[in-house]
Design a protein around this ligand. Structure first.
Ligand code: SF4
Length: 706
């Protein structure tokens, strides 16, 4: 289908949570020229390798262009009838909670909103979770424990103004590249010092002023030791602690048990004491410190405690809500934040509300929902286990590829085969998850980036528009429109009669401000009556944006008031570090997983670009020279990595960037792109007890040459 010729369209990059503005200029032949948007406050015109190659990824090869039912092309009428009929039958026979949705941080906020409303308000199933569970749900839980709300306190400008930036579990140079360039700029302009905390010495660590290559999983010891040091050195902000927080005594007592001194911290983390002391001194003497944390913190069976150990140090020094300082969760996906805002996680309702009876009732009345849920649903790991047990009979997957990205993915493939109904809303016909089959399988062709229209929220709470500049290919449709049609067939038509994404956004904004007396953080009531034209033209803006505010707020907690019932932040007494699964004689290595510079998630888009694929062409394992010698591995040779969950065949890269005893395999490759290269499938994925986020950074593994 030919594309529409048009001038440059302002849109947003579909990859990482930096949320860069993009200028897309369609060539009228289906292609598009790409440039950074100089006016977007996330990137000011810059793009990284992935963003600049977006024009190479918009072809229609491998696109799902027609609905499919059980492998046969079908009409929309037939496919929607199969979905609605199947859901109705299953709900009647097994109850609505036998239906589950698995959503994605790639979805636009409007799609995400409609999915949650349909499931949680009308079908009446609480089992709605998202791949954001694998990304930043530990940060969400840490925010909620500390602040009473899932609020990112600061913004990217804080990185420009910081004197010290600590990056924990973050290879920002590759995974948030444009933000990392801002940090390097800050170093050039004001001498900002950069500290990295990561078992791997990544590109980010190479560029840091101080790299702390801690033992896997020991972050809570490092930040407990720091809290003790701040107290011992007289660097606490006693007034802030007394006036604006609670729980300090319990937190410091626990910290003293975990890491009472720099020497004890060094012992617990595997670091040199001099490096620990240097970090402690730098943090203590510098007021403007931002601590950015990402998947190395979140993707852990102790991820929530790790986040709170970091936040404790900022609360103890009053370094929050002020320019150039604060904890900053670096979100992985383009719209993980938007998903949080609409309640995409199983433990949330819409608009950052949860399950207090008055909140449930408020959402019920607003939606006029006949079947509002009253409690949390199952989080991703538990949800897929429930599919294995046969408790879930119908699964609707939207915009994600769990057969590559979920831990224990081989078991999930078997589990899906047993479903009565498996619905996949997808742009790519050949993804591993689109190729899986259940007793009844329905594939629904969805619009992709460049074709769909809506909003996303980046890591600094900035809502930006993703705009369509290509014509919808084949029979592909917007996810919200597809769900609206299913809802009508289920008899819920009045509540889903949306004609545009703008209508959905207005409703989402109205819910955020409905009976909101200022005690709920997420309020974009100022946009509740936005006109279609203003929505189309809406510039990037940070929430909250309550009624009568037009600019948005760069920082929250500027007055030291939080969203707990007493408006005080909470210190958390964290647990001592412990890996959920220890290495053993049979599996003597610790497997870490993560990203490479030039690929995104399961490569369904970036895999189309030869330029991007040239960076690393095949799946690989990084091995320390000592381990290469120990296991007979050669650089450039091939190896089999085996865990209790599965195996992968990967090329060997020998490097001292990983620690002895640790190996690293990137997450991107799938059965579609490599015959045996899936990394997440190797993990058992032990979930964090608070957030439910699975461990993907420390799985016992064996390795052998092949
Ligand atoms: Fe896209 Fe992230 Fe790169 Fe920006 S930094 S261009 S959002 S991938």
């Amino acid at each position: 289908t030919p594309a529409l010729a048009a001038p440059a369209v302002k849109t947003t990059c579909p990859y990482c949570g930096v949320g860069c503005g993009v200028l897309a200029t369609p060539d009228g032949q289906g292609g598009v020229g790409i440039a950074g948007d100089p006016e977007h406050p996330a990137n000011f015109g810059r793009l990284c390798s992935k963003g600049s190659a977006l024009g190479e990824t918009v072809d229609l090869q491998d696109r799902l262009l027609k609905p499919m039912v059980d492998g046969q092309a079908a009409s929309w009428e037939g496919a929607l009838g199969a979905v609605a009929g199947g859901l109705k039958r299953i709900a009647e026979r097994h109850g609505p909670d036998s239906i589950a949705f698995y959503l994605s941080g790639q979805l636009l906020t409007e799609d995400y909103y409609v999915a949650n409303k349909l499931a949680k308000g009308f079908l009446g199933t609480p089992h709605v979770d998202t791949n954001s569970r694998l990304c930043m749900s530990s940060a969400v839980a840490a925010h909620r424990r500390a602040f009473g709300s899932d609020t990112v306190p600061g913004c990217y400008e804080d990185l420009d103004e910081a004197d010290v930036i600590v990056l924990v579990g973050s290879n920002a140079a590759w995974c948030h590249p444009i933000l990392f360039r801002r940090m390097i700029d800050a170093r050039s302009k004001r001498g900002t010092r950069i500290v990295t905390v990561d078992p791997r010495r990544t590109q980010t660590g190479e560029e840091a002023d101080l790299h702390l290559g801690i033992d896997p999983g020991t972050d809570t010891a490092l930040f407990s030791g720091l809290l003790v040091h701040l107290a011992n050195a007289g660097k606490l902000d006693v007034r802030f602690i007394e006036e604006h927080t609670a729980g300090f005594e319990g937190a410091i007592e626990r910290a003293r048990q975990i890491a009472p001194s720099a020497a004890a911290t060094a012992q617990a983390t595997g670091l040199a004491e001099a490096d620990v002391q240097a970090f402690f001194d730098l943090f203590a003497k510098t007021q403007k410190v931002v601590t950015g944390f990402s998947q190395g913190v979140n993707q852990s069976a102790q991820g929530t405690d790790k986040g709170n150990a970091i936040i404790n140090c900022h609360l103890a020094t009053g370094r929050i809500g002020r320019p150039g300082m604060g904890p900053l969760s670096l979100t992985g996906q383009p719209n993980a934040m938007g998903g949080r805002e609409v309640g995409g996680l199983a433990n949330m309702l819409a608009a950052h509300m949860h399950f207090a009876p008055e909140e449930v009732d408020r959402v019920r009345r607003f939606w006029k929902a006949p079947n509002i849920i009253t409690g949390e649903g199952m989080k991703a790991v538990a949800l897929f286990e429930a599919i294995e047990r046969g408790k879930i009979k119908a699964l609707w997957v939207m915009g994600t590829n769990p057969l590559v990205s979920m831990p224990r993915a081989d078991r999930i493939r078997e589990a899906i085969a047993g479903l009565d109904l498996y619905v996949v809303s997808e742009a790519i016909a050949t993804s591993d998850s689109a190729r899986a089959r259940a007793k009844k399988t329905v594939l629904l062709p969805a619009l992709a980036w460049g074709e769909k229209d809506g909003t996303v929220t980046n890591s600094e709470r900035r809502i930006s528009r993703q705009r369509a500049f290509l014509k919808a290919p084949g029979e592909a449709r917007a996810d919200w429109a597809i769900m609206g049609d299913v809802a009508r067939r289920l008899g819920f038509g009045d509540a889903f009669s949306y004609r545009t994404a703008a209508e959905i956004f207005r409703e989402h904004a109205a819910l955020s401000t409905f009976e909101n007396d200022g005690t709920r953080d997420f309020d974009i009531g100022g946009l509740a009556e936005i006109t279609d034209r203003a929505y189309d033209a809406h510039p990037p803006a940070q929430w909250p944006l309550p009624k009568r505010e037009t600019k948005g707020r760069a920082r929250l907690f500027t007055d030291g008031r939080f969203f707990t019932f007493d408006r005080r932040a909470r210190f958390v007494a964290v647990q001592p570090p412990a890996l959920a699964q220890a290495a053993s004689a049979a599996r003597p290595l610790v497997l870490n997983t993560g990203r490479v510079r030039d690929h995104w998630h399961t490569m369904t888009r970036t895999g189309k670009s030869q330029r991007l694929s040239g960076h690393r062409a095949v799946p690989f394992v990084e091995v320390h020279p000592d381990d290469a010698a120990r296991f007979g591995l050669k650089d450039g040779g091939f190896a089999r990595v085996t865990t209790e969950a599965g195996h992968a065949t990967v090329e060997v890269t020998v490097t001292d960037g990983v620690r002895p005893g640790s190996v690293f395999v990137p997450m991107h490759w799938s059965d579609m792109t490599a015959s045996d290269g899936r990394a997440a499938a190797l993990a058992r994925g032990v979930p964090d007890p608070v957030s439910g986020q699975p461990e993907l950074k420390a799985t016992p593994a064996a390795i052998e040459p092949i």
